[in-house]
Ligand binder design. Structure first.
Ligand SMILES: Nc1nc2c(ncn2[C@@H]2O[C@H](COP(=O)(O)OP(=O)(O)OP(=O)(O)O)[C@@H](O)[C@H]2O)c(=O)[nH]1
Ligand SMILES: C=C(OP(=O)(O)O)C(=O)O
Length: 211
């Protein structure tokens, strides 16, 4: 039987978000950050093993639209990314102690529910597991089985940190959209190739109207 998952999605304060895309997105930068998080949340909620999505943010301008999509929102204590994730995970365990708990980055605008389901099914085979990002440097997903300690090590070269922490690296075919985080203009081009979700596609159409 497949297991249920609570997914924690961290969204940083919008004034600081997507700084590496500031030049590319201009005055649309915060709308872009909310749209990318919106597509990530919507795809996660559409993934059958996902029982709930818990967004951790201290920014009301992100919390409102993401709650409207169906996410639960937990306030970020603003002590860094891994503290935000642990805060969300504690809420997940409180509401659903029998479910697995995962952290999913908020910058996956091409995320496909079926590909996320493949990754979650594989992750459920291990006490702790992770998905490396498209560049094999960072991490897009880290998760633990119910009852296992949740020890996210995101930030910088987090693929190596998760490996060192004993998490199983999930090297799976067919999960490109789970690995496709968007931090730079090159990342955005690659995500456009995969196919953006509707929120991000709308902002990109504002940025670069079809000629
Ligand atoms: N809640 C919360 N989320 C965070 C925090 N720091 C980073 N994040 C989130 O973690 C993910 C990766 O964040 P970063 O790559 O550091 O930031 P970014 O806004 O995506 O991009 P840059 O500004 O270019 O670094 C994104 O989903 C962020 O929203 C934090 O302190 N709190
Ligand atoms: C924080 C991370 O991601 P990013 O590449 O978005 O900074 C990470 O991969 O651990």
């Amino acid at each position: 039987m497949s297991i249920g998952w609570s997914l924690v999605i961290p969204v940083k304060t919008l004034v600081a978000a997507k700084s590496r895309l500031a030049a590319a997105t201009g005055r649309h930068r915060t709308a872009f950050a909310v749209a990318v998080a919106g597509d990530t949340v919507a795809a996660a909620l559409a993934c059958p093993p996902v029982a709930r999505v818990i967004v951790v943010t201290s920014d009301p301008a992100a919390a409102g639209p993401l709650a409207a999509l169906g996410a639960d929102v937990v306030h970020d204590p603003d002590r860094g990314l891994n503290t935000a994730l642990r805060t969300g995970a504690a809420e997940a365990v409180r509401v659903a102690p029998g479910d697995a708990v995962g952290a999913l980055q908020a910058d996956l605008p091409a995320l496909r529910p079926a590909e996320l389901a493949v990754a979650l099914e594989a992750a459920g085979e291990f006490d702790q597991a992770f998905v490396p990002d498209a560049l094999d440097i960072g991490t897009t997903f880290y998760g633990v089985r119910a009852g296992m300690p949740f020890k996210p090590r995101f930030g910088g070269e987090s693929r190596a940190k998760h490996l060192a922490g004993g998490a199983k690296e999930l090297c799976l075919p067919g999960i490109e959209s789970v690995r496709r985080d968007v931090d730079t203009p090159d990342d955005l081009r690659a995500a456009i190739e995969l196919g953006l979700g509707r929120h991000t596609a709308a902002v990109v159409a504002e940025l670069w109207p079809p000629s």
